[in-house]
Design a protein around this ligand. Structure first.
Ligand SMILES: Cc1cc2nc3c(=O)[nH]c(=O)nc-3n(C[C@H](O)[C@H](O)[C@H](O)COP(=O)(O)OP(=O)(O)OC[C@H]3O[C@@H](n4cnc5c(N)ncnc54)[C@H](O)[C@@H]3O)c2cc1C
Length: 478
């Protein structure tokens, strides 16, 4: 074996996974076909649950210290969405993907994990003991497990012949990073009588402190994906929607995006796992793709580490598909709903316009704001925890109580499990898992709960079930 886990792809998914494995002390190699990190502008938003996950690993403060990342205004299909009522501690922020990737790569390097670049995976085979990966330059790497974090056009997925059902793109839109004169609101969605529409969000500021915005243009007559976007096309698109009200001052970057929507039927293929865009692709609406990929990695990382260390049986790895596939499905569905509400092809279909009007009214309701805010931010994710009972905390991200001078999230920095034991009744039992699980006995006012390394509650409530939960998630005691 060259390493325990080979991660193909050093995007946000691959690097988040590499960080989880380095925290657990499990040897991993990250490879990427690009000779240097991509500076292309893609994701602009990081959602509450991802911010919480970064905070749990002690990475949020250092990330936010690398730039000015304002809190974003929420929206659903461009309809402004107040996030005030969503269940979040850390509201959605405009952190560009470029900044996220730069930060993760530097953080990994500081911990001795260096992305091996210029390695283009071209071949893959697996047997009972491991996976053999071959690369265009003749390099061969053998690992016990391989994770495909190689994006929407995943070579690994193709080499596996993995089913990737869904729909091919039927229409394209233009996504661009721009400076504009005349744009004032943080979120704008405007359409013209002939079906052209534009969405504009504040992304942040450029080095001179001037507002940078993400512009999405759509409507009738979309061009094929591979046709380059021109500055004239953007000016024409703006004119079609806004007349002379808005003016393009600077175009920094543009690409065509499609409404293709696909999800891998299986996230696990023996010793190979699909994660991030390699497992699910959809229109980038509501800032979810990068976030979902990073959450896939956080779900998979500690499980791979536990199995590689021989602490838990291999079957723990099946819970990755069981937990993350339904999350991807929910993301795809809400993106499809948003894509319809956008009237993406500019049909001006009265049914679509009426539905959008109804949604605009519904999104004024606090309960709806909370529901949709939780959905987009990842806060609504609840993992199925078999045999864990019905306590309302089970399967949810653990609340972050203050435990004396520290917080639960600080305890999760080392990616170990945490047992909150306010009455001090589980000391003897927990001692048997003390190499994997930290027990906090001094936490008056909190509920007893067992928290997995990814921050999700896997036991609460019934004391008699605790030993079974410790066994299931952390393996046999030492
Ligand atoms: C315009 C736009 C706006 C977006 N906005 C948002 C947003 O606001 N919020 C959000 O959460 N998401 C957003 N997304 C989606 C987000 O960009 C993706 O979901 C994210 O990049 C997925 O990360 P990943 O690490 O899974 O894959 P990628 O970022 O695609 O990384 C895959 C990596 O694998 C490497 N690779 C590919 N093939 C091979 C190979 N054969 N061998 C070795 N390496 C290989 C690639 O070079 C690449 O570095 C947006 C996307 C676009 C296009």
């Amino acid at each position: 074996m060259n390493t325990e886990v080979l991660i193909v792809g050093a995007g946000p998914t691959g690097m988040t996974l590499a960080n989880e494995l380095q925290l657990a002390g499990v040897p991993a190699v990250v490879v990427d076909k690009l000779p240097k990190r991509s500076e292309l502008s893609k994701a602009g938003g990081v959602q509450s649950r991802t911010l919480e996950a970064l905070d749990q690993r002690g990475l949020l403060e250092p990330l936010l210290a690398t730039g000015d990342y304002p809190i974003s205004a929420g929206h659903f299909a461009g309809i402004p969405l107040s996030l005030e009522h969503a269940r979040h501690r850390l509201p959605w922020r405009s952190v560009p993907q470029v900044a996220m990737e730069r930060f993760l790569e530097q953080h990994l390097a500081a911990h001795g994990v260096h992305v091996r670049r210029g390695l283009d995976l071209t071949g893959l085979s697996q047997d009972d003991d491991g996976v053999t990966a071959t690369f265009a330059d003749g390099t061969v790497l053998r690992s016990r497990y391989l994770v495909a974090a190689d994006g929407g056009h995943s070579t690994v997925r193709t080499l596996l012949g993995a089913a990737f059902p869904g729909r091919a793109g039927t229409v394209t839109m233009v996504a661009a990073d721009v400076r504009l004169r005349g744009a004032d609101a943080p979120v704008m969605h405007t359409s013209s009588k002939d079906g052209h529409w534009a969405q504009i969000f504040l992304l942040g500021t450029d080095p001179e402190g001037r507002p940078l915005r993400r512009l999405v243009l759509g409507g009738p007559g979309s061009l094929p994906r591979d046709v380059p976007v021109t500055e004239d096309e953007i000016r024409d698109g703006l004119r079609a929607v806004f007349g002379t009200r808005l003016e393009l001052l600077e175009l920094r970057y543009a690409r065509r995006i499609t409404n293709a929507a696909r999800q891998a039927a299986q996230y696990r293929h023996g010793r190979v796992f699909l994660a991030g865009d390699a497992a699910h692709v959809h229109l980038p609406l509501g800032a979810q793709g990068m976030n979902t990929g990073m959450q896939d990695a956080i779900n998979l990382g500690w499980k791979l580490a536990a199995v590689v260390r021989g602490q838990t049986p291999e079957s723990l790895l099946d819970s990755y598909h069981a937990e993350r596939h339904p999350v991807g499905e929910i993301v795809l569905r809400n993106v499809q709903a948003q894509s319809l509400l956008l009237d993406r092809e500019g049909t001006r279909d009265p049914d679509v316009l009426a539905t959008r009007e109804l949604f605009t009214a519904l999104l004024q309701q606090q309960d709806v704001q909370r529901y949709v805010g939780d959905l987009l931010s990842g806060m609504a994710v609840r993992y199925p925890i078999p045999g864990a009972g019905t306590h309302p905390l089970i399967g949810l991200p653990a609340p972050d109580p203050k435990l004396g001078s520290t917080r639960l999230h600080e305890l999760l920095r080392s990616a170990r499990g945490v047992l909150l034991d306010p009455a001090g009744e589980f000391g003897e039992l927990a001692e048997r898992w003390s190499d994997r699980v930290d027990r906090i006995g001094q936490c008056p006012g909190t509920e007893p709960m067992l928290v997995r390394p990814d921050g999700y509650v896997c036991w609460a409530g019934e004391p008699a079930d605790l030993a079974a939960a410790l066994r299931r998630w952390f393996g046999e005691p030492h």
